[in-house]
Design a protein around this ligand. Structure first.
Ligand SMILES: [Zn+2]
Ligand SMILES: [Zn+2]
Length: 400
């Protein structure tokens, strides 16, 4: 096996003091979704210190977009890091632990931002290698759920002037070993939809159920009927998760209530299946309710789309990472995860890939979104090198 060149890894390691300082600074002052004002100012200052102009969007939206211009007019690559933290009380006890009680960078977005700044620095010093410009997207509010920061950035023209041809992003991953990078072509992460079903029956005394449809019994039929869909209507190799998370109805043991409200989530990893599942749930809820003589209304909200990595772009990046890190540092992921990411919105518009930056160590017990989650420094170096090698690969370096 050919040995890894580790060229960009060495460049990244040389910048470890700066990577460490950026990460600690972000980590010490975490901010929740759509409140990333300090973080925004830090990013703007860091980009300025690297000689990179930054665009901001006023005080109501905390995105920052840096631009590294190339003299050549080749493919424009956008690199994206997310900026927001979580409402978690940190328990890591590191010197740079959160000084904002109850808020923590527990999803590694501090690492993502530091890596993007590190990659920006390396690319600025190697501008002669660029075949096109590079956009540096710092995106707020990834954790928001339905209304993340990607869509507002796209609406504000982040993919225009210059027009973006490829997009690349990464997220720390506790299922991938530290020092390695996880990749997958096609669907990587799920689309999470959210529904509220209101079941209407006839209220009455518990002793006279024959006087009208029972909303509680109808709700029970709907819960069971939705699971029958998952097990008997959906193709078992195309995963769908339907979870009813809450049931609310009734006031007393001897009263049949007028209404029962069910709330839940639907996860799919194929855009067509997402559409079909919604249609199926709407129809099935209506039929189940009417079969009980009751009626039901449903409100169905779409979450982030399925995150689909472009196969050709992924292959290019993986080939380059094989040369840079060594093939043994690449982990092909067999299955998509059922979590969600609004990086999917960028991939709906241009080809690209979203990578999983390994952080698992033999002693690590915490996963992301937990109070002791703390990726090791190696991830800063590998994440920086990955973005640099990936950018050059997407611009066509090594392909003549
Ligand atoms: Zn998260
Ligand atoms: Zn995250």
């Amino acid at each position: 096996m050919a040995r890894a060149t580790n060229h960009w890894t060495r460049e990244a390691r040389r910048r470890l003091p700066a990577l460490r300082a950026w990460r600690a600074d972000f980590h010490r002052e975490p901010e929740l979704s759509n409140r990333e004002t300090r973080t925004r100012e830090k990013v703007v200052r860091a980009l300025a210190s690297l000689g990179i102009p930054a665009q901001t969007f006023g005080n109501k939206f905390n995105g920052v977009v840096g631009l590294i211009e190339s003299e050549r007019a080749g493919p424009v690559v956008a690199l994206r890091a997310d900026m927001d933290a979580l409402p978690i009380l940190e328990e890591t006890h590191v010197p740079f632990a959160s000084r904002f009680d109850g808020t923590m960078h527990a999803c590694g977005h501090d690492v993502h931002m530091a890596c993007l700044l590190g990659a920006a620095d390396v690319l600025m010093h190697n501008r002669g290698r660029l075949r096109g410009s590079v956009k540096l997207i710092f995106q707020p509010a990834e954790e928001e759920g339905n209304r993340g920061g990607a869509l507002p950035l796209l609406e504000r023209g982040v993919f225009e002037k210059p027009r973006v041809n490829f997009v690349l992003g990464q997220h720390v991953a506790s299922e991938v070993p530290l020092g390695s990078v996880g990749w997958k072509k096609g669907a990587l992460m799920a689309s999470p939809d959210h529904f509220v079903i209101r079941v209407h029956g006839t209220p009455g005394h518990a002793s006279t159920p024959h006087q009208g449809p029972d909303a509680v019994l109808t709700a029970a039929e709907i819960v069971t009927g939705l699971q029958a869909m998952v097990s008997r209507v959906r193709n078992p190799v195309d995963p769908v998760v339907v979870t009813v998370g809450t049931i609310h109805g009734g006031t007393r043991h001897n009263i049949i209530p007028q209404e029962v409200v069910l709330e839940g989530t639907v996860r799919t990893v194929d855009p067509k299946t997402k559409q079909r599942t919604e249609a199926w749930i709407r129809r099935r809820v209506r039929l189940l309710a009417s079969s009980m003589g009751a009626s039901a209304s449903i409100s169905y909200k779409h979450g982030y789309p399925v995150l689909v990595n472009d196969p050709a772009a992924t292959q290019r990046v993986v080939d380059a990472l094989g040369v840079e890190l060594g093939k043994d540092r690449l982990v092909e992921l067999k299955h998509p995860g059922m979590g969600a990411e609004d990086f999917a919105r960028y991939l709906e518009r241009v080809p690209g890939t979203f990578l999983r930056l390994g952080v698992r160590t033999p002693t690590m017990t915490a996963s992301s979104h937990s109070a002791t989650f703390l990726p090791a420094e190696t991830a800063l170096v590998i994440g920086t090198a990955t973005l640099v090698a990936g950018t050059l690969a997407l611009q066509g370096e090594g392909r003549g």
